[in-house]
Design a protein around this ligand. Structure first.
Ligand code: MG
Length: 390
């Protein structure tokens, strides 16, 4: 049996297969003892951007406590959920894992607040979008291999990383942008990684929100997804300590949604019978998804989190601080790129020569976006606090 045949063993016809891969931007010899998507995953894990995820956050700032999710643990939870689903559906597990682990590599410090702030700063220069930045990290910004810039990932992995994209950006992205212009779908592996992302953060933000005291269990009584499992746990284990009740409830919530996703998607696949991954891509709507009733409950939880957690005054204060910090960093570097560390300063000068102010701004945005929460706080002090060492 050939190497690629072995790797495709047990895969459904609609799974991504290495022998049908659209390949890497810079052709490379095949890896020994690993598949191409395993190599993608390994390169992601060894990247600088991946290590930085440990000090980047989504909702809570990193120094608020050691138990909150960081982007690193979030990415690992996404990969865990996505791999379970991929295996149940006989999809390509290493590809699903690689996309999951890379999906947040382009995130700014300070979570959503950071992304909004940087997008605001970059508005006159083409905007900033974390999805696009994740692709930029793996295609351009990681610079550690002798033969190419970036990680030189496969098309399928890059396609999965680029979840959304404006038409304007899609037009300049070439092959990975095509599907946005044609309004088509990515592989099922990418669809699964995307849904696993939503399942992971919806559930862990309930957990972190409770732990931070932003919400209480009784606030969640109107959230059906939570309430159903919570009631079942209380009935089965009367007198269980609250922390365990919460954990037991959340683990059941994840399980409930994941099982619905597997069953619903399996049903659609049995009905549509796509004969290849390309046939999945040619569809105008995604094939992976939740049943109507669970989707409604999933959206109900999402809107609860938006109103009660993401708009909590303590989170909004953090958001406002993050906005100010990133805006001031961006402006200071934009006004004087010689304040940047040498490699970004050179990139800024080169950007200015090639693309004018937009080129300079892009280099500044790359530097700011790459910062961890704590590095951004330190860098802000170094620039604005005369008592701080530079
Ligand atoms: Mg995510």
């Amino acid at each position: 049996m050939s190497g690629s045949a072995k790797l495709s063993r047990g895969l459904a016809p609609y799974a991504a297969r290495e022998e049908h891969s659209r390949g890497r931007r810079h052709p490379e010899p095949k890896p020994d003892f690993r598949g191409e998507y395993q190599r993608d995953r390994d390169r992601i894990v060894h990247s600088n951007a991946f290590r930085r995820l440990v000090y980047k956050t989504q909702v809570f700032v990193n120094h608020e406590g050691d138990l909150y999710r960081t982007r690193l643990t979030h990415s690992m939870e996404v990969a865990q959920i996505a791999r379970s689903i991929a295996l149940a559906l006989c999809l390509n597990e290493p590809l699903t894992e690689a996309i999951s682990l890379a999906h947040d590599l382009g995130h700014t410090p300070f979570g959503h607040a950071g992304q909004d702030a940087l997008n605001h700063c970059m508005r006159p220069y083409g905007g900033f979008e974390h999805n696009l930045q994740s692709l930029r990290v793996v295609d351009e910004l990681e610079d550690r291999y002798a033969d190419f810039r970036g990680l030189n990932l496969t098309f399928e992995c890059r396609e999965g990383i680029l979840k959304h994209c404006s038409l304007r950006n899609a037009r300049r992205l070439g092959d990975v942008g095509e599907r946005f212009i044609r309004r088509r779908q990515p592989s099922l592996e990418a669809q699964i990684a995307n849904l696993a992302d939503e399942i992971a953060y919806n559930n862990h933000d309930v957990d972190d929100g409770l732990r931070a005291g932003l919400i209480e269990v009784r606030d969640l009584a109107r959230v059906r997804l939570f309430e159903r499992q919570h009631a079942a746990v209380l009935e089965q284990y009367p007198g269980l300590p609250e922390r365990k009740v919460i954990h037991e409830t959340i683990r059941r919530m994840i399980n409930f949604v994941v099982i619905d996703l597997i069953r619903t998607t399996r049903g659609r696949l049995e009905e549509m019978r796509p004969s290849s991954s390309d046939e999945v891509r040619e569809r105008s709507k995604p094939l992976a998804g939740l049943s109507e009733s669970v989707l409604e409950e999933h959206l109900e939880l999402k809107s609860f989190l938006r109103d009660r957690v993401y708009r909590h005054h303590r989170v909004l204060r953090m958001t406002a601080k993050a906005h100010r910090t990133l805006e001031q960093l961006f402006t200071a570097f934009m006004d004087n790129v010689d304040l940047l560390p040498a490699e970004y300063r050179d990139a800024a000068h080169q950007g200015q020569q090639e693309h004018g102010d937009a080129g300079r701004a892009r280099a500044v945005a790359d530097y700011v976006a790459g910062m961890t929460d704590r590095y951004a706080i330190l860098e802000h002090r170094r620039l604005f606090d005369p008592g701080e060492r530079t």
